[in-house]
Design a protein around this ligand. Structure first.
Ligand SMILES: [Mg+2]
Length: 252
């Protein structure tokens, strides 16, 4: 199908990353294993750096909250002993969070820092589907704002779009939102994003591969598009969102 933006008075396009701009496999087969493989090395090298201290402080608070709320407690205790022992305990907790694909701010911060070093060394390069760069250019030409809303940290989002084979795409991006705006399945998160964009929610279009996210965006008044990429898992339940398979289907 083709979708017209001008007929709906769209002013801002908000994009999900994983499964929408970027193959899910990039996240699960490249980024996550990279973070897992390098977490201990990163902690050892950066232990005293400000960004590492900040991420570890977040993780420490989250670990304590987890115990306090008596949730499925992490197997390993938090250790405040010699640095080497601390690093082992932080790495164990990070592994526990990654095993559960937790949307933890501390984990996201730490992963962002690990990925930053990978992108900097050239070991990592951001991946987007081939229809994404031309769509960003079209939307720029139409004077639309394009924002990202992803559960990966803002830093991780920027690194991904800076290092694609099509070049640095961040020049097309007006703003970035992560779980600091709230969970992707909560309508309030989308209300905050509309407010940050200083546009009525009806002027914003959210594109994602996950129907529960689109339901939340729609509840906040957004327009929505379900993006179905070749290797995305089939949507398991009924939905009423317009559907695209590539951004080429979005016309002026
Ligand atoms: Mg997604």
């Amino acid at each position: 199908m083709s979708v017209s933006l001008s007929s709906t008075n769209t002013r801002v396009v908000v994009l999900d990353i994983e499964g929408t701009t970027t193959p899910i496999e990039f996240v699960y087969d490249v980024l996550f294993p990279f973070a897992r493989a390098h977490v201990k090395e990163y902690l050892e090298q950066e232990w005293t750096s400000e960004s590492c201290r900040a991420a570890v402080a977040l993780l420490r608070d989250e670990h304590a909250a987890e115990i306090a709320h008596n949730q499925a407690a992490p197997a390993a205790a938090w250790v405040d002993g010699p640095v080497a022992a601390q690093i082992v305990s932080v790495a164990a907790y990070v592994g526990w969070l990654m095993d559960r694909d937790r949307k933890s701010p501390g984990l996201k911060a730490l992963q962002g820092e690990i990925w930053r070093s990978g992108y900097r060394s050239g070991e990592l390069r951001g991946q987007v589907f081939p229809d994404v760069p031309p769509a960003l250019e079209r939307w720029r030409a139409q004077q639309l704002d394009v924002c990202i809303y992803s559960s990966g940290s803002v830093l991780a989002q920027q690194l991904l779009f800076q290092t694609t084979d099509a070049g640095d795409l961040t020049k097309f991006l007006a703003d970035y939102f992560d779980t600091g705006s709230g969970p992707k399945t909560s309508p309030d998160s989308y209300r905050r994003i509309a407010e940050a964009c200083a546009e009525p929610a009806a002027r914003l279009l959210f594109i994602s591969d996950v129907t529960s996210e689109l339901d939340a965006a729609r509840a906040a008044g957004f327009q929505t598009l379900l993006c179905i990429r070749p290797t995305n898992p089939a949507s398991a339940y009924e939905h009423s969102h317009p559907t695209i398979r590539t951004f080429d289907e979005i016309v002026d």
